[in-house]
Design a protein around this ligand. Structure first.
Ligand SMILES: Cc1cc2nc3c(=O)[nH]c(=O)nc-3n(C[C@H](O)[C@H](O)[C@H](O)COP(=O)(O)O)c2cc1C
Length: 335
């Protein structure tokens, strides 16, 4: 019997990678990914069977979510002192392959972001009024630096407020949309009841949620434009834009946003992302025009100082990420 080359990823390393991927943010907490390990290479696969016809008719958010998982995977590989050279094919079920060959030690930023993975949460609540320092703002934006992606702090909050208010009215009145959102919200009953390993926990959708902060439900208040503008002016926002709508651009935007989010978390900040309104027909083009964005908006990230802690949302068992590859006892099964 020949033993695996010393450079191959060991089960304990695979466990670290899988845990990092698992904790990535995803649209409606669908976790639309799986992994396949081949010696030193890790394929990230998109589970296209996960669909949200009302929220995400084109599957764009699903690919953005895979981009977030990719950023977590690359970070974990670096922390394991492995290179994370990545190839993203234009099509097919594998969205990215990370070549995790032995490399150099991680730098301070990579370590800090990696340690933030377990603390990052979607924080849909309002933030403390204390402003984020300019140093922190610059670091968060810089962490989102990525080829194919332009990151901007948007001006014209009044125009943004008007458009978000409009989107809220549309989503509130859309019965099919609300049915789908309800099915992905972990109530105390139904397929995603408390204890489910996917979906958005009911308590993660706070009562004071405004359209600028979370997911619009039937009872989400629609404040007047002035009120919403004032709330938005108090927030730190970043919009992740791309020139087009290719799969590689969606992956890159998801990865860029995830890195910025981890950097914010590492600095004691909290945040949440907004894509819901961007799925309305023509919304992104109009937003790009009114906010003078440098491309098509893919994700809006809001961040600030948290007021209250938010509990973690659930995840599928780590073994599900690597279907059928590692039967028996794995390092992650003890925690
Ligand atoms: C691509 C993408 C789109 C998302 N869109 C929204 C959104 O429009 N509104 C919202 O409140 N949360 C949104 N989320 C946040 C997810 O609901 C959240 O990541 C998921 O429930 C897991 O929770 P966690 O981030 O606390 O781990 C989005 C996340 C991703 C990755």
């Amino acid at each position: 019997m020949t033993s695996a080359p010393a450079t191959d990823l060991a089960p304990s390393e695979i466990a670290v990678l899988a845990r990092a991927v698992s904790r990535a943010p995803s649209v409606h907490n669908t976790q639309p990914w799986s992994m396949r390990v081949r010696h030193t290479d890790v394929d990230l696969l998109e589970r296209t069977s996960v669909t949200l016809p009302s929220h995400d008719p084109e599957g764009r958010d699903r690919t953005l979510s895979c981009g977030a998982a990719l950023a977590h995977l690359q970070l974990a590989a670096r922390v394991l002192c492995r290179a994370a050279t990545t190839w993203c094919p234009a099509e097919g079920e594998v969205v990215a392959t990370v070549h995790a060959v032995p490399g150099v030690s991680p730098d301070h930023d990579a370590l800090a972001r990696f340690h933030a993975i377990g603390r990052r949460r979607t924080h849909r609540r309002w933030f403390a009024t204390e402003p984020v320092s300019e140093v922190d703002q610059a670091a968060v934006a810089a962490a989102g630096d990525e080829p194919r992606v332009r990151v901007v702090a948007p001006q014209h909050r009044d125009a943004l407020a008007v458009m978000l208010g409009f989107a809220t009215r549309v989503f509130r009145a859309d019965a099919a949309y609300q049915r789908e959102l309800g099915a992905w919200t972990a109530h105390t009953f139904g397929p995603r009841a408390a204890g489910a390993d996917e979906g958005v926990p009911e308590d993660a959708l706070c009562d004071d949620s405004l359209p600028a902060a979370g997911l619009v439900r039937r009872d989400t208040p629609v404040p007047d434009d002035d009120h919403l503008t004032a709330r938005l002016q108090m927030e730190h926002l970043l919009v992740f834009c791309t020139a087009g709508d290719s799969r590689r651009e969606h992956l890159a935007a998801g990865a860029a946003c995830a890195r910025a989010w981890l950097e914010a978390t590492a600095r004691g900040l909290a945040g949440s992302v907004l894509t819901q309104p961007l799925h309305l027909l023509g919304f992104r083009e109009l937003l790009a025009e009114r906010l003078e964005l440098p491309g098509l908006p893919q994700v809006i990230f809001r961040y600030g100082h948290p007021v209250v802690p938010v509990p973690p949302s659930p995840r599928r068992p780590l073994g599900d990420l690597l279907p059928g590859e590692f039967p028996g006892t794995l390092p992650w099964q003890t925690d």
